[in-house]
Design a protein around this ligand. Sequence first.
Ligand SMILES: [Zn+2]
Ligand SMILES: [Zn+2]
Length: 125
Amino acid sequence: MTCKRCHTEVTDLFPSRSWCYDCERHRNREDYWKHRDKRRAYANEYTRMRNARLREDVLDLLGGVCTSCGLSDRRLLGVDHIHGGGRAETRAIGPHGVRSNILKDPTGYQLLCSNCHTLKTKGYL
Ligand SMILES: [Zn+2]
Ligand SMILES: [Zn+2]
């Protein structure tokens, strides 16, 4: 048998194509590089969307307003660990993991706007 792509005489051709296994391997690799950027962009966009939705769910679950001053601007709201330890938790399981945990059990978390969060960090709250 002769490979239609590289015209080498081979004993085995790739089923459903008329070329050899070497050509099939090369083609897959070329495809991989050709579509890599597109695939990456798609994956990033998907992750971004999923994280954004997860964040929305968390904000809804925790009441949608700052626990301290009642501000409802979602751009300024963030999750606060009532008893601290947020930094360690985020480092251990990542922001995605923290959000998943909150959706499972919101006890111990509250919403704070960035101003109130700063005040708390500085010890004024
Ligand atoms: Zn070939
Ligand atoms: Zn506030």
